[in-house]
Design a protein around this ligand. Sequence first.
Ligand SMILES: [Zn+2]
Ligand SMILES: [Zn+2]
Length: 243
Amino acid sequence: MGFSQKIKTFLDKVLDIVFPSNFKCILCNRDLPQDDMIFCEECMKENIFNDGNRCFTCDTQIKEGNIVCDHCKKEKRYFKKCVCPLNYEKLVRKAVLKFKSDNAKYLTKPFAKLIYQRLNEEKIDFDLIVPVPSHAKTIKKRGYNPAKLLADELAVLTHKPCIEVLTKTVLTENQKNLDYKHRQENLKDSITLAVDKSIIKNKKVLLVDDVITTCATINICASLLNSAKEVYACAVARNQLRD
Ligand SMILES: [Zn+2]
Ligand SMILES: [Zn+2]
């Protein structure tokens, strides 16, 4: 190895420490061969994608041949369609939880990119982007609202405005002792419209959250946007209701 080569190798090592390679799998941190990859081959074998036959409305996996899940059949949905690229289990669940509460803001870009790809695949057209709100106390504790980070990044990718139309005025973190009905009521009273209704009037709105589990939060947010022309929803991951 010549002197200049040695210097180059040394500088590469220094650069690696100062600016670590971004080409790492976001789930297991293995090195990736290309910068446009998000997951390594090993993780892609782990059922990380929310694929297969899914509910047309809420995107949860359902039996082959069915069109909507039992929950969407029974409960009124205020959004037209929801898209979630990843399956909220194991590795994905770990990464999403890290993103939600462990200051893992570096996951914003790859997560937003995955949502963006799904929005394109489904040809979902919208005028503005609205993040699901977090309470000021929760934001202060975490340092950020993960849904807002995703919404801002989606605004960059789609060139559509991101507006914080909704606000969370009551903390609803400790709901464990309440039954489903009371939880719903509590949740409903905790989120309100923060802007004049005219901002969303006749607009197609895309609601953004980090993860969708029971659809309760996203559905309440969508119901508050009833002056919009259409409401769509998206999140990084969807849990499976398996009905
Ligand atoms: Zn991996
Ligand atoms: Zn459904």
